[in-house]
Design a protein around this ligand. Structure first.
Ligand code: TRP
Length: 334
């Protein structure tokens, strides 16, 4: 039997992924590779919605691909590609925009939050239509599952609605995908503000563990993580969010249970515990950083892998566009 298809995307927002991206998403993408027919896309076009620095975009797109491979996405198992390499995303994106109601798009909470922050004159239209491009990213590949974080639930819902709308208005072409909401257990919080999710958009980078940062920098951040006035290493996210977050991080990387760690650190101070967390984190990240740097030194090989990925992706995506265009009455070029 053929494997069910899963597709996901990640933005190349900056030079390095952080631990939250890895534990919250990419690690599960890696696991899905054996059981599913996986498509993973670095969504560079989506990044154009938040201000463009061409030098940085170029760098961070390649660094994202290299990090995905270093983290275990295997280009032989998965179709790994860059969104802008497959023109079908823009083609179907427009179709999705023409199927979406203005009010419907206005209700997307991520758009509302982001545009409220920057004001309507500084918000680009692309941010408004972002969910329709995302729907195209998904529907082009006819996946059964879309593994994403909880924050993307509404976007997946829109993609499903648009698939159903197209299928019932024109022709039954699109598979209606299911969100595959990633385990909340792997939710990683900011080290300085352990009640907010670890995120690139945090005010300060000091709460962020970046995959490509030096061990020294990450150790320093972990040692200065916010804790509480108590002294017990215990999981209690309401009263001890900082310590709970560090326990989650340790457990996620070491594979040991939180209960086991609580016993091990019983009676030891926060200093010892933080030292152990730093050790686990850096010993995991060192080889990933080295592998990423090696890959980035061989641009020729990265380009070759991306070309293969784009060709595989385009073969599927172009066929979907052909079917959709035809169903809409657009005349083929002949
Ligand atoms: N919007 C997603 C995020 O910010 C990224 C994304 C774009 C995506 N296209 C996608 C995720 C398609 C899954 C499928 O995380």
């Amino acid at each position: 039997m053929s494997k069910a298809r899963a597709l996901s995307g990640i933005q190349p927002t900056s030079g390095s992924f952080h631990l939250g991206n890895y534990l919250g998403a990419v690690r599960q993408w890696v696991e899905l590779q054996d059981s599913h027919d996986t498509y993973y896309c670095v969504v560079d076009l989506h990044s154009l919605t938040s201000g463009v620095d061409p030098v940085k975009l170029r760098e961070s797109t390649l660094a994202s691909v290299a990090q995905l491979i270093a983290l275990g996405i295997d280009p032989e198992k998965s179709t790994l590609f860059i969104q802008s390499h497959v023109h079908a995303h823009n083609q179907l994106g427009w179709v999705m925009e023409c199927l979406t109601g203005f009010g419907e798009a206005s209700r997307m909470t991520q758009f509302k939050d982001k545009s409220a922050k920057s004001g309507s004159d500084r918000t680009v239209v692309g941010l408004f239509t972002y969910p329709m491009l995302m729907a195209a990213d998904i529907l082009l590949y006819q996946p059964q599952y879309v593994p994403v974080g909880e924050d993307q639930r509404q976007h997946i819902e829109l993609a499903r609605d648009l698939a159903i709308r197209f299928n019932s208005s024109y022709k039954d072409i699109f598979k209606v995908p299911e969100g595959y909401i990633l385990k909340a257990g792997a939710k990683i919080y900011d080290l300085q503000d352990p009640t907010s999710k670890m995120s690139k958009s945090a005010e300060s980078a000091s709460g962020l563990i970046e995959l490509l940062d030096s061990s020294t920098a990450n150790t320093k951040k972990i040692k200065s993580a916010t804790t509480d006035a108590g002294r017990e290493v215990k999981f209690d996210s309401a009263n001890k969010p900082g310590i709970s977050n560090l326990l989650t991080i340790h457990s996620a990387l070491s594979g040991r249970s939180i209960a086991e760690l609580e016993v091990e650190f019983d009676g030891k101070g926060y200093g010892d515990f933080k030292g152990a967390v730093a050790e686990v984190v850096t010993s995991h990240l060192d080889p990933i950083r080295e592998r990423t740097n090696e890959l980035l030194q061989d641009k020729g090989e990265l380009t070759r892998l991306l070309k293969i990925g784009a060709e595989k992706a385009a073969a599927v995506a172009d066929e979907t566009v052909r079917l959709a265009y035809d169903a809409l009455g657009l005349i083929p070029r002949g």
